[in-house]
Design a protein around this ligand. Structure first.
Ligand SMILES: NC(=O)c1ccc[n+]([C@@H]2O[C@H](COP(=O)([O-])OP(=O)(O)OC[C@H]3O[C@@H](n4cnc5c(N)ncnc54)[C@H](OP(=O)(O)O)[C@@H]3O)[C@@H](O)[C@H]2O)c1
Length: 317
């Protein structure tokens, strides 16, 4: 990739997209194409084709998706399946039609079966039923990666396929209806500290184990994989290390200075007991995530407090 090549980034207003744009800008890439949803609605094939015809990107990073936590997925199962299917089909079809040289389509580790052996290896794809709460989102992600592989087989198209675990960090959403677990906990504990609350009640037993990667490591991994991979196989993009939700809550509470009690509402479900990716394939490609969970949580707490300090910032609401 040369600094003067036209490079498309979809989802450029999102958490991952905005950090990728910032990183590429800092490396001197000066023809970044970052259309807003108004300029290119990815759910609308005519809008996508018209945009590609006019702008002719040489490379493309496909990061856009309808993304959300469990509640959002449960409330809009149609949107998570249909919109995400439209988005991947329209992007890849335009890529093929308008001769994009190489692209990258960001997947998710939720493509793996609910009962997947842990840590989850790439070979476990399509070996069992999915977690029902975000099945639509996962099916759209699987359809996207299989479509990219089909284009590769039939037309030689190059589309790199990283599968990240839970992503958090700069630009994350803290609004309760949109946030994922780590940003939701940061908000809960920062707000509790501010309100001098005596207890914070959290869902489940705290025993479930999850893996988290900071968005800046995701961006570094994306750029690394874009260089070294051609897109035949999917590749996990994680840290390979998991933590229990109770450990995570204690870490965040300590970083925020919250000293009250943490109460577990065990009538609420834990979800899958463990979700952690196997990162051997990633390591063999020459990449390792660098930002420790403690350092990432510290940055996120500070960023949330800055957002709260800015009156009426919707991401902190
Ligand atoms: N966050 C995670 O924990 C996580 C984990 C694994 C994988 N991923 C994947 O990583 C990618 C980025 O996620 P993120 O957390 O950065 O998401 P995000 O912050 O919610 O951003 C999503 C982006 O997609 C755009 N978008 C959605 N629908 C669109 C449409 N119809 N037309 C044009 N743009 C549209 C949004 O634009 P607007 O600003 O207009 O809404 C936004 O820029 C996604 O593919 C996601 O599936 C995320």
């Amino acid at each position: 990739m040369n600094s003067s090549d036209p490079i498309l980034i979809t989802g450029g207003t999102g958490m991952v997209g905005s950090r990728l744009v910032a990183q590429l800008q800092s490396q001197g890439f000066d023809r970044l194409l970052v259309p807003s949803r108004q300029e290119m609605d990815l759910c609308d094939s005519r809008s996508v084709d018209a945009w590609f015809e006019q702008h002719r990107p040489k490379y493309a990073f496909f990061l856009a998706a309808q993304v959300g936590g469990i509640m959002a997925n449960i409330e809009d199962p149609t949107g998570f399946l249909a919109n995400n299917l439209r988005i991947v089909v329209n992007q890849l079809s335009a890529c093929h039609q308008f001769g994009v040289e190489k692209s990258l389509l960001l997947g998710s580790s939720c493509i793996y079966p609910r009962e997947c052996p842990q840590p989850m290896r790439e070979e476990s794809l399509l070996t069992g039923p999915l977690e029902p709460t975000n099945e639509g989102y996962a099916i759209a992600k699987i359809a996207g990666l299989r479509l990219a592989q089909a284009y590769r087989k039939q037309y030689g198209m190059k589309c790199v396929l990283p599968m990240p675990c839970n992503i958090y960090g700069t630009g994350d959403h803290f609004e309760l209806e949109r946030s994922h677990v780590l940003s939701a906990l940061v908000k809960r504990f920062c707000d509790a500290k501010e309100a001098k609350a005596g207890e914070v009640v959290l869902w489940g037993t705290g025993a479930a184990r999850r893996e988290f990667i900071h968005v800046d490591d995701v961006v570094a991994g994306i750029l690394h994989l874009f260089k070294v991979a051609e897109g035949e196989e999917i590749i996990n993009l994680g840290t390979g290390e998991d933590v229990s939700i109770a450990e995570l809550a204690a870490l965040i509470a300590a970083e925020t200075g919250y000293e009250g009690e943490i109460v577990w509402d065990t009538s609420r479900p834990d979800g899958m007991l463990r979700k952690c990716t196997d990162v051997s394939r990633l390591a063999a490609s020459g990449f390792k995530a660098r930002i420790s969970l403690r350092e990432g949580v510290r940055r996120t707490v500070s960023e949330y407090r800055t957002l709260v300090g800015q009156d009426s910032n919707p991401r902190a609401a």
